[in-house]
Write a protein that binds this ligand. Structure first.
Ligand SMILES: O=C(CO)[C@H](O)[C@H](O)COP(=O)(O)O
Length: 223
């Protein structure tokens, strides 16, 4: 695994050719696949569920699948995605009735667990569960749609999250999602992110490898 992880969001892929799109983006140098699950309840959009995750595994995808649950309630979906072959499952603290239990369910199912924070959601939810998470995901847009602009205040929040992670002593990745492109990825990494979700910046271009290479080149200037 690279130190910096690039995670294309299939929200912006061509769903009619999803297996091929995932193969192509992995062949172009992506590390993992970001899988956005929206329920038209917690967020105002409706996307894909565990059957599609299972279908990607059946298609032959062996890369990690990073499932971002934008659903409420979360617990039933956790079980279904564990069964469907997810590698990482993240959810929003305000969407779970019992945060600790939801995190434990994910780890008990053999997946990595993480919490997702909307732009205006406080990081205080991390306080008592640092030992139960493998990833913190900061949304740099309000969740629900691809193609939005990066909210600049996320950079300060990333610095805050990075400091909390370092102080905890745990091995926790810091992911950012929304409006990430080859133009701002270096600044985002300098603020502390190590895992980068990008949807429209990658799938919106014809040459996925050129974009991912440009992102890696920008990241090389950071470390
Ligand atoms: O979770 C999401 C939206 O809720 C998407 O993953 C995110 O917005 C990525 O899309 P883009 O890179 O086009 O901003």
């Amino acid at each position: 695994m690279n130190d910096f992880i690039i995670a294309p969001s299939i929200l912006s892929a061509d769903f009619a050719r999803l297996g091929e799109e995932v193969d192509n983006v992995l062949a172009a140098g992506a590390d993992i696949i970001h899988f956005d699950v929206m329920d038209n309840h917690y967020v105002p959009n409706l996307t894909i569920g565990p059957m599609v995750c299972k279908a990607l595994r059946k298609h032959g995808v062996t890369a990690d699948i990073d499932v971002h649950l934008m659903v409420k309630p979360v617990d039933r979906m956790i079980g279904d995605f564990i069964e469907a072959g997810a590698s990482i499952i993240t959810f929003h603290p305000e969407a779970s009735e019992h945060l600790d239990r939801s995190l434990q369910m994910i780890r008990d199912g053999g997946c990595k667990a993480g919490l997702v924070f909307n732009p205006a959601t406080s990081l205080e939810h991390l306080k008592y569960v640092m030992d139960k998470i493998d990833m913190v995901l900061l949304m740099s847009v309000n969740p629900g749609f691809g193609g939005q602009s990066f909210i600049p205040g996320t950079l300060d929040k990333l610095r805050e999250a990075r400091a909390l992670i370092e102080a905890s002593g745990y091995d926790i990745r810091l992911e950012v999602d929304g409006g990430v492109s080859e133009k701002n990825i270096a600044d985002i990494a300098r603020a502390g992110a190590d895992t980068f979700v990008a949807g429209s910046a990658i799938f919106g271009k014809a040459d996925y490898k050129a974009v991912i290479d440009a992102m890696r080149k920008a990241l090389a200037s950071v470390r």
